[in-house]
Design a protein around this ligand. Structure first.
Ligand code: GDP
Length: 587
């Protein structure tokens, strides 16, 4: 059986070689074979490591190390005996147009869906409803956000997923996806068959389709509760709420109500006159106005504590959705928040989170898995730019698509993964997310709420009204997919005559320049008997005791070579100096 090796997001080539117990030169050679020059001290990301292990056909399974602060890991904290009952947190998911919004509205007893058509209603992220005197918290997220929330925060955010299936349409791709996410997250599923009032509703057929997805309903011997509802006639809504409470009782949902609050940020935006506004869900403890909270790299002294519908709250207990103002900067969706003692602690903690974030981003290496994939795939397949095209009329849609397709070369091409007439909608965002596509909107707007969704999921919506500008942009994107040309310039050769010092990070040796010159800084190859033994960097150059910028053929000089602990340079080795640059190519 393959042995398992745990890796963080990044690892140096040297450390990876050590973990894999293969010579570092073998790793470097493998990288080089794929056209990538990386020295022992360079960091590669997990994906790159995975690719190299695959290419080397090693009997090893790489596993990503789960950081302790991940939400899932925290959710496993043992429950204190003082924990008391809390309301369930429910996400409603399902295929687009199957009736999620209408169902949530019917439960809330208000009609927000109508307002949303105009794109003006402020999106509410969560709300609480009371049924038989007991509270239920619904995450009122458009389908796609619910997916993202479940995927990113798994069991931490939701206790229960209500999967909506329209009686007249049946199980569809997003239904299947919703079921998969809920199962992966270990979240209980209740199926709500909606639009039961409509003609052509075939409940048995849906149960059959669910069984095909391994969702077995109770009457067929499974344990999934199915409720038939109509948002239009309100039939079955009470029953659905009963079932939600029943399933939550079985789950025995508890949390500590006393003490400083902890929770998750579920949305954040800036409002004129109010500054950063964060929507959050309290998970444990009691949150109060005036508390100091830290959320990721931001902190607040809570100025206003409100319910999502705007009521002023004095305090909020577990499973309560709240709106908080007073943050210094905008926290991020998915940030865990925590109440701390005072402003000093808040400032310090958020400051160190900000530093870490900065460090994480600067630690990114020049060589990512994507680059490597690009290089490896180069000989194997064409690179595609995935796009979704939206346009005002069919005619312009066709001409945009035709023009995009005409950009194809032997190396790169546009792949249209979705195209339709009309404004950019939630479904487009969802598709862009799963396919990694750019959305080109030609002569059609993207409503503000859709832009916000796109922003959060880092999906690019590009609006154009002039076709050649759109095409120019696609051409630039395709150019980015073209592999840069790697140009290696040989500079010189030196024969090592003496080794002066070998420390952990540097070898200091001396020798005679045989060809060309030695310059600093530059890259070096160290060869023994004509064979490459290592790749490294020349960081110091000395002529006698003096630092030198370059030393030419026939002269003697000292070299400081930055290297890993393991490299041993011997007398007689050849040090070849060279420069390497990548040149961007354009279509
Ligand atoms: P979502 O995309 O899943 O949020 O779906 P919506 O709630 O926006 O509903 C899509 C369409 O189905 C709308 O035209 C609704 O009026 C309609 N609809 C939703 N629920 C019902 C229902 O129970 N009965 C009927 N007849 N129509 C419904």
């Amino acid at each position: 059986m393959a042995s398992k090796i745990e890796l963080q997001d990044y690892i140096t080539v040297g450390n990876l070689a050590e973990k894999l117990t293969v010579p570092v030169s073998r790793l470097i050679t493998e990288l080089m074979k794929n056209g990538v020059m990386a020295t022992v001290n360079e960091r590669i990301d997990f994906d790159t490591a995975q690719i190299i292990v695959d290419e080397l056909a090693l009997d090893v399974e790489l596993v990503k190390k789960v950081k302790d602060e991940t939400p899932q890991a925290r959710a496993k904290e043992p429950m204190s005996e003082h924990a008391i009952e809390r309301p369930p947190v429910v996400a409603v998911m399902g295929h687009v147009d199957h009736g999620k919004t209408s169902l949530l509205d019917a439960i809330r007893g208000a009609s927000v869906a109508k307002g949303e058509a105009g794109g003006i209603t402020q999106h509410i992220t969560a709300y609480q409803t009371t049924h038989h005197g007991r509270k239920i918290t619904f995450l009122d997220t458009p389908g796609h956000e619910a997916f993202a929330a479940i995927r990113a925060h798994s069991a931490r955010l939701t206790d229960l997923a209500v999967i909506v299936v329209a009686a007249d349409d049946g199980v569809k791709p997003q239904t299947v996806e919703a079921i998969r996410f809920a199962k992966q997250a270990g979240v209980k599923i209740i199926v709500a068959i909606t639009k039961i009032d409509k003609e052509g509703a075939d409940v048995n057929h849906i149960k059959q389709q669910l069984a095909e997805q391994n969702v077995l309903v109770e009457e067929w011997g499974g344990d999934t509760v199915v409720v038939e509802v109509s948002a239009k006639t309100k039939q079955g809504i009470d029953n659905l709420l009963d079932m939600i409470l029943l399933v939550s009782d079985v789950e025995n949902l508890r949390a500590l109500h006393d003490g400083p609050a902890k929770g998750l940020i579920i949305e954040a935006h800036t409002e004129q006159g109010r500054g950063p506004v964060a929507h959050a869900l309290v998970e444990s403890g009691t949150l109060k106005r005036g508390d100091f909270v830290v959320a990721g790299s931001s902190y607040a002294k809570i100025r206003n504590l409100e319910s999502p519908s705007g009521e002023v709250l004095i305090s909020a207990t577990p499973s309560t959705p709240v709106v908080i103002t007073g943050f210094k900067t905008l926290p991020e969706f998915g940030d865990a928040f925590e109440v701390v003692d005072n402003e000093k602690v808040a400032r310090n903690e958020s400051g160190s989170a900000a530093d870490k974030k900065q460090e994480d981003s600067t630690n990114r290496l020049d060589l990512s898995g994507n680059d490597l994939i690009k290089i490896i795939n180069r000989s194997k397949q064409l690179q595609f730019l995935n796009v979704i095209v939206k346009a005002d009329v069919q005619g312009s849609l066709t001409s945009v698509i035709d023009s995009l397709k005409s950009l194809a070369t032997e190396e790169v091409a546009v792949q249209v993964v979705g195209a339709s007439v009309g404004v950019v909608n939630e479904n487009d965002i969802h598709l862009a997310h799963s396919s990694g596509a750019i959305i080109y909107a030609f002569n059609v707007p993207a409503p503000t709420n859709i832009k916000r969704l796109a922003n959060r999921d880092k999906i690019s919506i590009r609006e154009y009204s002039i076709i050649y500008e759109l095409i120019d942009n696609a051409r630039d994107e395709l150019s980015n997919l073209l592999l840069p040309e790697l140009v290696v310039t040989e500079i010189g050769k030196l024969q090592v005559k003496a080794i002066f010092k070998t420390t952990k990070g540097e070898i200091i040796c001396g020798g005679e320049v045989l060809e060309g010159k030695m310059v600093v800084p530059c890259l070096v190859r160290i060869k023994r008997g004509g064979k490459l033994i290592a790749e490294a960097e020349l960081i110091h150059l000395k002529r006698g005791p003096q630092d030198a910028k370059e030393v030419v053929k026939g002269e003697m000089c000292g070299l400081g070579i930055k290297t890993s602990a393991k490299l041993v340079v011997e007398e007689g080795d050849i040090v070849e100096t060279y420069r390497q640059e990548t040149i961007e190519r354009k279509l």
